[in-house]
Write a protein that binds this ligand. Structure first.
Ligand SMILES: Cc1ncc(COP(=O)(O)O)c(C=O)c1O
Length: 377
């Protein structure tokens, strides 16, 4: 492949991606000396702006132990007691076993290949995240896709296929990262029970945000014990790094034995695991922040109601269609002090480019007006 000519092709199509040197804190992001309101962050509860939490956390540390690296895989010598303590704490919260992964990507790339075999079927929502798709690609079984959040289509596939496969896994996100809408988990659980299938859900954009204690959609709907695999990520609302899966104890034991993204990688550094445990305790109490996030979401969604917006959550996709218009609107909003990124193919289907307005609890009510004005400018 001629990389230079491929790169210039990407540039002509408006698809070239670049790394930008940015620093984020709370509601803001700093880029080349300018401060912008950050609408591209997954720090949904605004934790990066809370200096007090970080200070309090550092005071809890015993600096006589080495915390900066895990030094090996958990199955060798990298299984610091803090990892099992955190799993135990999460297991008590969810009422089922929990297993940590280094990231959501590791979890999604490693769980499905470990639990499926030849002769199984994976039925995935058309819009599941790239990390889930990569996991499915590593599986030795068939895959079918159902139309996004279309449970009649899912049922049609289950009706046709359920008997023909050893096991059927249904896979979805709970809150969709690029469409900002929510899966109907109650309906999905009914379907999976009716067709004797298993359910895998990714709560990356729901953990911290959805439910009284922020424990996600499955917990909120009291469905934890009826869903085989619930993946929550820790790099978003939790402002840390890593992920965990909620499953039954046998499944946990199986994953420890068979999940290659857990076995063949250095474990998460103890400093991160300790921070995760510290911050989840705070998150379960951050009801005011979740309330505020809901209120500003409602306000911005109402103001944008004449426009092509999708979903029903704090992630508000403003669809522009073509890449050029998306790039133009992103530049316009940036020149008005709002940090947004144009989201283009392959992150979303071609022709459905969009600005993803990702709200966080650090954004004030008045700043919602500023965001709206920057779209009209
Ligand atoms: C739905 C979804 N799942 C998984 C991931 C990956 O999580 P992590 O960033 O922890 O690797 C992401 C991140 O973008 C995501 O949006």
């Amino acid at each position: 492949m001629n990389l230079l000519s491929e790169i210039s092709k990407l540039e002509k199509e408006g698809l070239l991606r670049e790394l930008k040197p940015v620093r984020q804190k709370g509601a803001y992001v700093e880029y080349r000396g300018e401060r912008y309101l950050n609408l591209s962050s997954n720090d949904y509860l605004g934790i990066s702006g809370t200096d007090d939490f970080q200070r309090e956390f550092f005071e809890t540390l015993n600096t006589n132990t080495f915390m900066m690296g895990a030094l090996s895989s958990r199955l060798l010598t990298g299984n610091d007691p803090c990892a099992e303590n955190l799993e135990q704490y999460l297991a008590e919260l969810y009422g089922n076993a929990c297993l940590l992964y280094n990231s959501g990507y590791h979890a999604n790339a490693g769980i499905l290949p470990a639990v499926t075999q030849k002769g199984d079927l994976i039925v995935a929502d058309k819009l599941v995240h790239a990390s889930i798709i990569d996991g499915i690609r590593l599986c030795n079984c068939e895959m079918k896709r159902y139309k996004h959040n279309d449970y009649d289509d899912l049922e049609r596939i289950l009706q046709q296929s359920a008997d023909k496969y050893k096991s059927v896994y249904i896979v979805t996100e709970s809150v969709f990262s690029m469409d900002g809408d929510t899966a109907d988990l109650e309906r999905m659980v009914e379907l999976k029970e009716q067709y004797n299938a298993k359910l895998y859900i990714d709560e990356a954009h729901a953990f911290g945000v959805v439910g009284e204690c922020g424990l996600g959609c499955a917990f909120n709907k009291q469905l934890v014990n009826r869903i085989e695999l619930i993946v929550c990520t820790l790099g978003k609302a939790c402002a840390s790094e890593g992920a965990f899966v909620v499953c039954n104890p046998e499944m946990k034991q199986w994953l420890i034995n068979k999940s290659r993204t857990l076995i063949f990688t250095t474990a998460t550094p103890p400093i991160n695991i300790l921070w995760t445990g510290f911050i989840i305790k705070k998150i379960t109490e951050m009801k005011t922040e979740r309330e505020h996030l809901r209120a500003i979401t409602k306000k911005l969604r109402n103001r944008l109601s004449g426009r092509r917006i999708l979903g029903d959550t704090h992630i508000i996709p403003l669809v522009t269609g073509e890449n050029d218009e998306c790039l133009r609107l992103a530049a316009q909003m940036q020149s008005n002090g709002i940090w947004v990124m144009p989201i283009r193919y392959p992150s979303v289907p071609a022709g459905q480019a969009r600005i993803r307005l990702s709200l966080t609890a650090a954004i004030s009510n008045n700043q919602i007006d500023k965001i709206y004005d920057s779209i009209l400018a």
